[in-house]
Design a protein around this ligand. Structure first.
Ligand code: ADP
Ligand code: MG
Length: 453
């Protein structure tokens, strides 16, 4: 009987004649035949990009060639490397359960993202304390820091840290029952339980799941805002675990006192342990994170690109990583092996265009006012004290930089000022940015506020 590999070589021969040489070399040829399952040929792609390209542009040719070569099979499925990993994990879990190698097997094995480990987490000033707290919890659950409440802005590594705790415990203490859920999942489980046809049984199942744990980690706790019944249930779950000396770890995008409708009882529970924030990383940490990411994903990228990305994205690591992979994608489209500044400019152009569409003069002035704590009427009015003049000039500078408006109309926005005043303000700040670090920081901060979604 012909092997899967033999058949695949025939498929490749057919496709080589059908698609362009570039597509063939870059995408098709990198597919690896893996197995035949449920009447489908399962192929492994070398990257998610390769998978998407094949599905988007060559799906029909692939089906046709497969039908021609394989008996009774005409469809296929492509797994990218992550999906392949998930697939392998599921198979190995199945095997473990079947052979029942250990009665103490961690019931939640495999639910942690294996890229999110302590090892892969870059530590800098912005996150050293939260990192220390999370590692202490992983080493010694239920001792000092209980509950551990981690909070901070989007994309700064909270989920990464929760998974790191899980990954660590899976190896160091496999006998522990560790659960990671998002608050949304917890809420859905609860709603499902109270709506079940056999309500008593489904509530028992729910409590069984959440109260027989050694470590409970709940992510995105802000989701609980306004869900009073879920808060009540979470309060009970919390008490139950806490009284039994079990560890609870919570991640949230804000401090407990800023969750508007959090019940006082729950708020005081959250604040009874350690509350630790994760801040935005400084430039050096951003560089280190990008380098780590490039190394992990085997990206070939110019040093200059790394610096460029770290300079331009400074509030959200997820976004920075997204742009890095976009840069590499652009480079791969043109067949380059090392991604350079051209690709970076291209990738960032898309981002700036989407950000720009929401910029208006009002939005800029509002943010300047917020920053300087002054009234809008003062900025567009005639007052000449130092701070107001500076705020006015910064506003004008940002409007000329971020928007494409005639100078005369900018002048009108500022109480009918002359266009030469607009030019004067713009140039004044342009110069100040070069020599005065304080102004540079202010302009940059306000720009980020304006461009933030
Ligand atoms: P959050 O949950 O705070 O919104 P995530 O944990 O999902 O953020 O992090 C977003 C992305 O940034 C992830 O890919 C994560 O691996 C990465 N990341 C965040 N902080 C770090 C860090 N200090 N070192 C390495 N990668 C990081
Ligand atoms: Mg998260």
């Amino acid at each position: 009987m012909r092997s899967l590999k033999d058949n695949w070589l025939d498929v490749l021969n057919i496709l080589e004649k059908e698609v362009t040489a570039v597509s063939f070399d870059l995408w098709i040829k990198t597919l690896d035949p893996f197995e035949i399952k449920d009447d489908e040929v399962v192929l492994i792609a070398s990257s998610q990009i390769a998978k998407n390209q094949c599905l988007k542009n060559h799906s029909e040719s692939l089906s046709r060639a497969i039908e021609e070569v394989f008996d009774n099979i005409s469809s296929f499925k492509i797994l990218d490397p992550n999906e392949k990993e998930e697939h392998d994990k599921a198979i190995s879990l199945e095997k473990q359960i079947n052979t029942n190698i250990s009665s103490k097997i961690n019931k939640n094995i495999g639910v942690f993202n294996n890229k999110y480990t302590f090892n892969n987490f870059v530590v800098g000033k912005s996150n050293q304390f939260v990192y220390a707290a999370a590692s202490a919890v992983a080493e010694n659950p239920s001792s000092r820091y209980n509950p551990l409440f981690i909070y901070g802005g989007v994309g700064l590594g909270k989920t990464h840290l929760l998974h790191s705790i899980g990954n660590y415990l899976k190896i160091a203490k496999p006998e522990l029952n560790v659960l990671y859920v998002t608050c949304e999942q917890f809420t859905n489980d609860y709603i499902y339980a109270i709506r079940g046809t056999d309500k008593d049984k489904s509530i028992i199942n729910f409590r069984d799941k959440y109260r027989n744990l050694d470590v409970l980690m709940i992510d995105d706790m802000q989701f609980i805002t306004n869900k009073l019944e879920t808060q009540e249930e979470f309060f009970n779950t919390f008490n139950d675990l806490y009284q039994n000396n079990k560890q609870i770890v919570i991640a949230c995008d804000r401090h407990p006192r800023e969750i508007a409708t959090l019940s006082d009882r729950l708020r005081s529970r959250f604040t009874s342990g350690l509350i630790q924030d994760v801040q935005t990383p400084n430039f050096e940490t951003r560089i280190a994170i990008l380098k780590k990411k490039a190394q992990q994903e085997n990206y070939n990228v110019d040093e200059e690109v790394i610096t460029f990305l770290a300079e331009n994205i400074d509030t959200n690591i997820r976004e920075m990583e997204g742009l890095l992979s976009k840069v590499v994608f652009y480079a791969s489209l043109t067949g380059k092996h090392v991604a350079g500044m051209e690709d970076a400019n291209e990738a960032l152009k898309d981002k700036l265009q989407t950000d720009m569409s929401s910029v208006t003069s009002d939005k800029i002035i509002d943010n300047v006012c917020k920053y300087y704590h002054i009234e809008k009427s003062a900025v567009i009015g005639k007052k000449r004290n130092k701070e107001i003049v500076e705020a006015r000039q910064v506003s004008i500078y940002l409007i000329t930089e971020l928007m494409d408006l005639p100078l005369v109309s900018i002048g009108k926005t500022f109480g009918g000022r002359d266009h030469t005043t607009v030019i004067h303000s713009r140039d004044k700040i342009t110069d100040a940015i070069k020599t005065n670090n304080r102004i540079k920081v202010i302009v940059n901060d306000i720009k980020n506020m304006v461009l933030k979604k």
